[in-house]
Write a protein that binds this ligand. Structure first.
Ligand code: ATP
Ligand code: MG
Length: 226
């Protein structure tokens, strides 16, 4: 393996570690402070309600502030929940995929039809992480953009490659070219680019097959040895 390949592998694991640190930092820092602020404001509102001469504009303003804080906390909670990765090392790929599908159903109320063709071979950590993040983004895109709440996920091994397909029968889109001089991915859309980069880090490929009105099929193919 070349130095460059080694560096890319390390990057994949380091990036995931950094992400987990970030999740914990957000949870332990700003989230705790927001909670504290919320309880202070709730206390203040209760005290004010007991006062007969409190200025009348204060109560609605406090209620608005409390509502905003609650909204932010819920948003942050679901964001860091989605990015808090499960423990990868001790679990097989099939279990990781199954759990993510169930988690997606619980979070979105959508349905994921999952087919794991034959027992999947043992995959290295880097491959498990890459496939997990690719599946997470593909499911999230279906929920956010496809206009349907059903997804079909299929995983199988083909020779020395692991394949993962995530399909929906939703509104579809014209996928931008993913590579080459014609690549036109817009900067604000990092999902498709991220999927491709994660696959590339383990020498794999992503293919996005979609057309307006014809649904979307994302397929990842990753060599078993990463
Ligand atoms: N399953 C899908 N069905 C319909 N449209 C899709 C689907 N997946 C992606 N798209 C379209 O492709 C665009 C780019 O997707 P991409 O994941 O790169 O960015 P995004 O989801 O908009 O933002 P983010 O950077 O948060 O992922 C989306 O904005 C959407 O228009
Ligand atoms: Mg996306």
């Amino acid at each position: 393996m070349s130095d460059r390949d080694l560096a890319a592998r390390r990057l994949l694991v380091v990036t995931e570690e950094e992400l987990q640190h970030l999740v914990l930092d957000i949870h332990d820092g700003p989230v705790q402070n927001l909670f504290a602020a919320l309880s202070q404001l709730s206390l203040l509102r209760a005290r004010m309600a007991a006062l007969s001469e409190a200025p009348i504009e204060c109560a609605p303003a406090l209620t608005r502030a409390i509502g905003l804080l609650e909204l932010s906390l819920n948003d942050i909670r679901s964001l860091i929940g989605a990015f808090h990765a499960p423990e990868f090392a001790g679990r097989g790929l099939a279990e990781i995929i199954e759990d993510l599908a169930v988690q997606h159903e619980t979070l979105t109320g959508g349905a994921v039809a999952l087919e794991i063709v034959n027992p999947l071979p043992v995959a290295p950590l880097t491959v498990k992480i890459a496939l997990y993040r690719i599946l997470q983004e593909a499911l999230s895109n279906i929920h956010r953009h496809a206009g349907v709440n059903a997804a079909a996920v299929r995983a199988w091994a083909e020779g020395e490659r692991l394949c993962l397909e995530v399909a929906d029968a939703g509104r579809g889109f014209q996928p931008p070219p993913l590579s080459g001089p014609e690549a036109t991915e817009r900067h604000e859309h990092i999902g498709l680019r991220g999927m491709r980069e994660r696959a590339a880090l383990v020498n794999g490929e992503i293919c996005v097959d979609s057309r307006p009105g014809r649904g979307t099929r994302v397929r990842a193919e990753i060599p078993l040895n990463g």
